[in-house]
Design a binder for this molecule. Structure first.
Ligand code: ARG
Length: 634
């Protein structure tokens, strides 16, 4: 196998970078002969403890499933027999738990140089994303589908959360060595886009479209809805009247004619016709549509860039070929999964014997008028993506409001015989945001939100006049801090929790907020500037001088960063990272008085600076993983 030929140097440079694995390895090798269990099994069972008092790694003895004695007795016996080494001392027995404490001297010397050497790579692990049994050239591919706004419609909180969480997940998988494809699945198809095209004919301006496509398309869409809404209301009313009349067996000819006339000249009917042209591939109609779409994408890209996000692929509902959807419907019909219901085609999942499938209700895959649907497009798109990219995993980052839709999608794919696709799909859902509106009223696009938060941040910064004067580019800094504020607020809780969009709270420097996190990073940068040491100074520092509890605990926390990243791959929760980062910033802020740099003995100064530089690096790595831009001054 090719991996045999990879040099150990290359392996050392590519991966791992997880010093704690050395401890796991040593502990499990020592315990294997004592417990009679394979080292690999023990390795897997060693878990991080809740607090430093309980040690660094813990082993629940019952998990080893040894029957001969009671777990408590076994724990005592194992602890007594455990050979102390340079890495770990004899474990402490706590009930049926063994608590292992890393020896500070060796830990410090392993962890700090590893961070200073690996820099932004500390915490990443290229090996996790390799296909089984393959060499470094075959990475696993993951598709992360996220953001997915609708053209000419507001960018709502659901899109905001999808953008933030999806951007983070894409970074996370990249850090684990996967090949990541970021897909934006635009809402860009349906009769409403026929309406939009008509709106442009009526109210559109080339100049405005070029300048602000997203805003302009939104505005004209609102405009045409002002016409179409009353028309539709009138038609609805007349239809109601017609129903009544029929029930009372009255003459209805007149009414019927009025309705038909109204319908014929309504903007909605025009929209329907236009959309039909689009669906039939009419060149002119498509060209107009493509322009709207391209201009919008260009604008989206600029805004996403502010959040450090890019997309590899702009897909969208419009990109799913009609033939593909027809094939999907045929396949469903052929396999007997679907049924015709008054001219429409549905998949009745309530008939399933499986009680979880039963709950998914009836899914409509084709409307009476033959037109396709959101769900059908998603089915076609999933199959298409699999054909094109052969992904090993695909994440759909979509609000929990669409739980039912996504569950139906996955189930139908599976039932259609596409289990190869469906089993690789995962829905990453999230809760709602309450009260997201801007100071100027409704949210149109992401820019409106970011501008607002940036302005508010600027006001907050101005309140501290002295500091404000020292910031060289306050507007830019306010902008960055504002973006951090929004993102941190969004990622702070578990994804599924709802939260309240609060400008006041998120822009505060107090509490676990974005600005506070940035402040912690900037403060470490400022210590570095004041210390005026070179990288050589730090690399040659005598780390055995770091003896204070504050210093040792910081190193213990730093050592766990690679494990935090790995654990996040399981939780897929940004809060796993944020909780860690905030814990570290709290430890840091209580260390500054105890572990001073400026004014200390030259050797002590070097050692402490090496520690702070390592902390800054990890904070920086964590912030970047979340998609934040760490600032150096503020
Ligand atoms: N555009 C949709 C909306 O705004 C979200 C699309 C989610 N992705 C999907 N594959 N259905 O609700």
């Amino acid at each position: 196998m090719a991996s045999v030929h990879t040099s150990t140097d290359a392996q050392a440079a590519s991966a791992h970078i997880n010093p704690v694995d050395l401890y796991r390895h040593s502990i499990s090798e020592s315990l294997a002969p004592i417990t009679g269990k394979p080292a690999s099994e023990i390795f897997e069972r060693l878990a991080w403890t809740q607090t430093f008092e309980k040690g660094d790694l813990g082993l629940p003895v019952p998990a080893l499933r040894i029957q001969s004695k009671k777990p408590g007795e076994l724990a005592t016996e194992f602890a007594e027999k455990f050979p102390e080494s340079d890495l770990v001392g004899r474990p402490v027995v706590n009930g049926t738990f063994l608590q292992f404490y890393f020896k500070p001297e060796s830990l410090t010397k392993l962890v700090i140089p590893s961070i200073l050497k690996n820099k932004s790579r500390f915490g990443t692990n290229d090996k996790l994303g390799l296909k089984d049994g393959s060499d470094a050239s075959s990475k696993k591919t993951i598709i992360v589908e996220f953001s997915s706004p609708n053209i000419a419609k507001p960018f709502h909180a659901g899109h905001l959360r999808s953008t933030i969480i999806g951007g983070f997940l894409a970074n996370l998988y990249e850090a684990a060595g996967w090949k990541v494809l970021r897909i934006n699945y635009l809402g860009d198809w349906g009769r409403q886009y026929g309406l939009l095209a008509n709106a442009f004919e009526m109210y559109g301006s080339e100049e405005k479209l070029e300048r602000d496509p997203i805003g302009h398309l939104f505005d004209i869409y609102v405009e045409i809805n002002k016409v179409s809404k009353p028309e539709e209301d009138e038609i609805k009313e007349l239809k109601e009247e017609l129903k009544q009349a029929e029930e009372h067996k009255k003459v209805t000819k007149d009414l019927e004619k009025r309705i038909a006339d109204l319908e014929a000249k309504s903007v909605n009917e025009k929209a329907r016709q236009y959309f039909k042209k689009l669906e039939n591939g009419d060149k002119d109609a498509l060209a107009t549509w493509t322009r709207f779409r391209d201009l919008s994408i260009e604008r989206y890209n600029r805004t996403y860039a502010r959040l450090n996000i890019h997309f590899d692929i702009y897909s969208g509902e419009s990109q799913v070929e009609k033939s593909r959807m027809e094939r999907a419907v045929e396949q469903l019909e052929a396999s007997g999964l679907s049924e015709n219901s008054k001219g429409a085609v549905i998949v009745d999942l309530t008939k399933s014997k499986d009680k979880n499938t039963k709950k998914l209700g009836k899914a409509l895959v084709k409307k009476t008028d033959g037109s396709s649907l959101y769900l059908t497009r998603d089915i076609g798109e999933a199959v298409k993506r699999y054909e094109l990219y052969h992904f090993d995993k695909m994440l759909y980052v979509i609000s929990s409001q669409q739980d039912m839709h996504v569950a139906q999608l996955f189930k139908i794919l599976e039932l259609m015989g596409n289990n190869e696709v469906s089993e690789k799909c995962q829905h990453v859902n999230f809760g709602m945001v309450q009260g997201m509106s801007t100071r100027r009223g409704t949210v149109k696009f992401l820019d409106d939100i970011l501008r607002d938060v940036g302005e508010k941040m600027h006001e907050v910064m101005k309140m501290n006049e002295k500091k404000y004067e020292q910031v060289s580019d306050p507007e830019q800094t306010a902008d960055t801090l504002g973006i951090t504020a929004v993102m941190v607020q969004d990622m702070k809780g578990k994804r599924i929790n709802d939260y309240e969009f609060s400008l006041e709270r998120m822009t505060s420097f107090e509490g676990d907020t974005g600005p506070y996190l940035q402040y912690a990073h900037a403060r470490l940068c400022s210590i570095t500037r004041k210390a005026g040491l070179t990288p050589q100074d730090l690399n040659s520092a005598d780390l055995s001088l770091l003896t204070e509890t504050h210093a040792i605990n910081l190193v213990r926390a730093l050592s766990s960063w690679p494990d935090v990243v790995q654990n996040t791959l399981k939780t897929l929760e940004p809060t796993t990272v944020l909780t860690y980062l905030f814990k570290m910033t709290h430890m840091l802020s209580s260390s500054y008085d105890v572990l001073q740099v400026v004014g200390s003995e030259p050797e002590v100064k070097k050692a402490r600076m090496a520690l702070y530089e390592a902390a800054r690096q990890v904070l920086n790595n964590g912030m970047k993983l979340l998609g934040l831009n760490p600032v150096e001054r503020m």
